[in-house]
Design a binder for this molecule. Sequence first.
Ligand SMILES: [Zn+2]
Length: 283
Amino acid sequence: MRQSAGEQLLFGFSGRPQQGPRRRRSSTRGRAPRNARPTPRENARQGKLPLARKIDEAARLRLERRIGAHLRGELEVTVTDNRYSIISVKRARGRFEARLHHMFVDAEPRIVRALARYIARNDAEASALINAFIDKHQHKIRHSLPPPRRPPKLSTVGQFFDLQEIFDSLNERYFGGRIQAAITWGRRSNRPARRHRSVKMGSYAIEDRLIRIHSSLDRSFVPRFFLESVVFHEMLHEVHEIPVVNGRHHFHTPAFRAHEAQFEWAEASERWERENLNRLLYF
Ligand SMILES: [Zn+2]
């Protein structure tokens, strides 16, 4: 009966098929967890504007004029911070669009002339000159990957349960201490309590090795063994393969389910979940 023990509760509606996960996350339904990757706007707020954006319009215009002086036809230059495409040129009916890495902004005149020849007719000699220039200015190309997602702030101490303590205890009892995931309570919503149709009680984010437990479980009427069963389920995701069958990830394989059943309070947890669904869904 219990489709996805500990992970999500489906309540009060039927026929809505479980959707395959769009991301490689263990949970298959419910609101997608917020992506922790900062948006460009967040980056900008932190003063981490991509270099290309910091290049002022005056410098771009200067480069465009300098190259344009050696070209017949209209030229539009875009200055980039691209790691892979240092120069790209579109030519169409006497009009040129060139995307150039910012390393060229202050290039000496002979490079500027070479750029013009390259843009105009893919000139081989110009190309060699430019290649040498690029080699010399490799250090200006970003080599690092984009900054890693900010690690989410972990909050393990709840009002009633300490997730880290529960995790550590399970890790020792069932996994010989080898589970490395981090664990955190999900963010509490500030909205007033209301009845939900479902709650994703836990999730395991593969890329981040992060277990999130729904804060709805941090309540006085929730028995410890039930919370343990939810945490245990998510910990299993670190251990079990996730085969892809017909393009869908299978998070809960028979082996997974068999392993899950080894939890000492597995049956009691199922029963408790059935009997307390309504209370759990009110948060
Ligand atoms: Zn799961």
